[in-house]
Design a protein around this ligand. Structure first.
Ligand code: SF4
Length: 399
């Protein structure tokens, strides 16, 4: 039995603009002790999925259907007080913005100790001792002295370490980390991810790592789920995803990774933006941006299938949702993955894999055009500029 099993999860938000289907029939699982990556642009449904697991979806949002089983227990049918026990004790979450996760009027040590007292029933002395050890574990120098400092006396990187210490304070089985290093510079990011990985091993904690950064996925994860417009479009191990991506959206994300020594003037990009989830495009929701889209893609929704056999998959590790794998396309997906030094670890994707995906407009010119009303988007939008900074730092339901 997997540690976490999410099946057919659907979450909607009833807004004035209309019904937003943020997560649509999503299924995945996380094994004990593994690091599972969830990747996609803002609006893909990543954060909403995480908040649903913890039953933290607030009005006007609603979990419409599905099951979320943690250690065999269905979290969605538990009483609120039972779910509260699971939060912090068994599943902890690291939010994007450490500043908002910490209370400015309590010392950092007291905030960790409070969580320990509450969840583990420790007395004051034991809670303080554990908090100091956790501060030490996450790399805070002179932890006993820094215990009495307030959050504003810590740098951004140190604040995020404190948040990680808080999340680990009760030795959770699952840690959900939602863009834990978004607000930090790359040097601090590398240190924090390294520390997180090390601690997860030491505490035998599974991690659900949410990010839009495939480089972070390569560094940290065992398996990956790529999300687009509320649905899973590809699932794979990290090696499979980097060496043999199956979905055109994954190919686009991979092509947009800057590589050391690359002589291109501009990064390859995925044209357009994530669709408005009130009015998701018909058929395959990726079709307005997909360089391989054919007319059938505008009316038939692809199922998540085994890309080798075209058979439907349940919680399988290898799957892609593209009509190319169910025999519905006239043409093949004609991109190339160039791998140099296959023995190199996938933690260095910049140096060992490169994808030659066709230019969307050129491909369309060469193949059957989409119907006039399918409104393919322009080709000059840079994927790496898609994330709304306000959403990333403030919103917790940005997806
Ligand atoms: S189903 Fe069509 S539009 Fe969707 S990813 Fe496959 S080729 Fe592209």
């Amino acid at each position: 039995m997997a540690l976490l099993e999410v099946e057919d999860l659907t979450v909607k938000f009833y807004t004035e603009e209309g019904v937003v289907t943020a997560v649509d029939g999503l299924s995945f699982h996380i094994e004990r002790g593994e690091t599972f990556g969830v990747v996609g642009e803002s609006g893909a449904g990543k954060s909403v999925t995480a908040l649903s697991v913890l039953r933290l979806i607030e009005e006007p949002g609603r979990i419409e259907s599905g099951t979320v089983r943690f250690d065999g227990e269905d979290l969605l049918s538990m009483s609120e007080s039972d779910v509260r026990d699971v939060r912090g004790n068994d599943i902890a979450m690291i939010f994007q913005d450490a500043q908002t996760a910490l209370n400015p009027v309590y010392t950092v040590g007291e905030q960790i100790a409070e969580a320990v007292r509450h969840h583990l029933d420790y007395d004051d002395t034991a809670a303080r001792k554990r908090a100091i050890r956790l501060l030490d574990d996450v790399g805070i120098p002179e932890p006993a002295a820094r215990y009495d400092d307030y959050p504003h006396e810590f740098s951004g990187g140190m604040q995020q370490r404190v948040v990680i210490a808080m999340a680990l304070s009760c030795d959770p089985d699952l840690l959900i980390a939602d863009e834990p290093t978004t607000a930090l510079d790359v040097t601090i990011e590398a240190k924090i991810l390294d520390r997180l990985e090390h601690l997860a091993e030491e505490y035998d904690t599974a991690i659900q790592l949410i990010t839009h950064d495939l480089g972070v996925i390569a560094e940290m994860c065992d398996r990956v789920m790529v999300m687009y417009a509320g649905r899973a479009v590809e699932k794979a191990t990290v090696e499979e995803l980097y060496y043999d991506p199956k979905h055109p959206y994954t190919v686009g994300l991979m092509s947009a990774i800057p590589r050391i020594g690359d002589e291109q003037d501009r990064l390859q990009t995925i044209p357009g933006t994530m669709p408005d989830l009130v009015e998701v495009p018909s058929g395959c929701s990726f079709h307005p941006r997909c360089p391989f889209a054919e007319e059938v893609c505008t009316r038939k929704q692809p199922a998540l299938v085994d890309p080798d056999t075209g058979d439907a998959v349940g919680l399988s590790d290898r799957a892609a949702a593209c009509l190319a794998y169910t025999g519905d396309l006239d043409s093949e997906l004609d991109y190339e993955v160039e791998v140099t030094g296959r023995d190199a670890p996938p933690s260095e994707p910049q140096s060992n894999s490169r994808i030659h995906a066709p230019d969307a407009e050129q491909h369309r010119a060469d193949s059957d055009p989409l119907p006039a009303d399918s409104d393919p988007v322009g080709s000059d939008t840079d994927l790496l500029d898609q994330d709304d900074p306000d959403e990333d730092t403030g919103g917790q339901q940005d997806g």
